[in-house]
Design a protein around this ligand. Structure first.
Ligand SMILES: CC(C)(COP(=O)(O)OP(=O)(O)OC[C@H]1O[C@@H](n2cnc3c(N)ncnc32)[C@H](O)[C@@H]1OP(=O)(O)O)[C@@H](O)C(=O)NCCC(=O)NCCS
Length: 222
C-alpha cells in the first residue's frame, strides 16, 4: 500500500509516495508515482540490487539539564530572509539526501532548504532560530522546534570558512538553553551516518545515538 505524500508532491511538482517495506511496483506505475520513500530499520536486498539510493539517518539525543547565558547569538525569529541565510541553508542541504541522490536533477535540495529556513524564520517550521554573529555578519544558525517535553534541531550550519572554531557548540548551547526554558527534557537531532563531521560534533557535545532508520529512494521508471 502506497501513501501519497501531498506536501512533497505539491512542492516538487511530481507524485511522491511512501511505502513500508518492498513497494508494489505495479501499483506505483499504475498510480503514476515518480518517487517513493521507503523507510526501514534494515537493508532491503531487493532495493539494494536495484541500486536504489538510501539515506542512513541517525537520531542523536541529549538530556537537558540547565540554561546558560550565551554571547554573540541572537534570535532571528521574524527576521527577513537574506542572501546570507539562503546560502547557509544551501550549505546545510549539501549533506542531505535531496542533494546526494543523483536522480534529483533540478536542484530540489535548494528549493527545499530555502523553504525550510524561510518557514523557520516565520515560525511555521520552528519555534526559534538563533544566528551566530561576528561584526554583524551571520556565520551560522540553528533552528529549534518544541513538541511537549521533546525538542528537536531542524537545521544547524556554520559557514565553511568559520567551521572548527566552536561556533556550532555555542549555537547548540543556545538551542539547549532555549529548549530547556520551554520545558523540554530532551533535544533530538537527525543526521546522516555518512556526515561524520556532524556525528563527531554531536558525540563531542554530549549527544547519544538514540534511534536510526534507512530511507530508500525508489524512482519509478527511472
Ligand atoms: C557540523 C557543523 C555544524 C559543526 O560546526 P563547527 O562550528 O565546525 O563545530 P565546532 O567548532 O563547534 O565543534 C568542533 C567539533 O565538531 C567536529 N567538527 C565538525 N565539523 C568540523 C569541521 N569542519 N572542522 C573541525 N571540526 C569539525 C569535531 O568533532 C570538532 O571537534 P574536534 O576538533 O575536537 O575534533 C559544521 O561542520 C557544518 O555546518 N557542517 C555542514 C552542515 C551540517 O552537516 N550540519 C549538521 C546537520 S544535522
Amino acid at each position: 500500500m502506497i501513501k501519497l505524500l501531498e506536501w512533497d508532491t505539491n512542492f516538487f511538482g511530481y507524485k511522491i509516495g511512501e511505502a513500508q517495506g518492498l513497494p508494489d511496483f505495479e501499483e506505483a506505475k499504475r498510480e503514476n508515482y515518480k518517487l517513493l520513500y521507503v523507510k526501514s530499520k534494515t537493508r532491503i536486498p531487493d532495493l539494494d540490487s536495484r541500486n536504489c539510493f538510501f539515506d542512513h539517518r541517525i537520531i542523536h539525543r541529549k538530556e537537558l539539564t540547565e540554561s546558560t547565558e550565551i554571547e554573540n547569538v541572537k534570535s532571528l525569529r521574524g527576521s527577513p530572509l537574506t542572501p546570507d541565510l539562503i546560502n547557509l541553508a544551501y550549505e546545510a542541504g549539501h549533506v542531505s539526501r535531496y542533494k546526494l541522490d543523483p536522480q534529483f536533477r533540478n536542484d530540489e535540495f535548494k528549493k527545499l532548504y530555502k523553504e525550510w529556513i524561510q518557514n523557520s524564520l516565520s515560525g511555521k517550521m520552528a519555534n526559534e532560530v538563533f544566528g551566530y554573529f561576528e561584526n554583524e555578519k551571520c556565520l551560522g544558525f540553528i533552528t529549534v522546534k518544541i513538541k511537549d517535553t521533546e525538542a528537536s534541531i531542524g537545521l544547524l550550519v556554520i559557514d565553511p570558512t568559520a567551521q572548527g572554531r566552536g561556533l556550532a557548540t555555542v549555537l547548540t548551547r543556545a538551542a539547549e538553553s532555549y529548549a530547556e526554558s520551554c520545558g523540554a527534557n530532551y533535544l533530538l537531532v537527525a543526521t546522516q551516518a555518512t556526515n561524520t563531521n556532524a556525528c563527531r560534533f554531536y558525540t563531542k557535545n554530549g549527544y547519544n545515538e538514540y534511534n536510526e532508520e534507512l530511507i530508500y529512494h525508489v524512482w519509478i521508471n527511472a
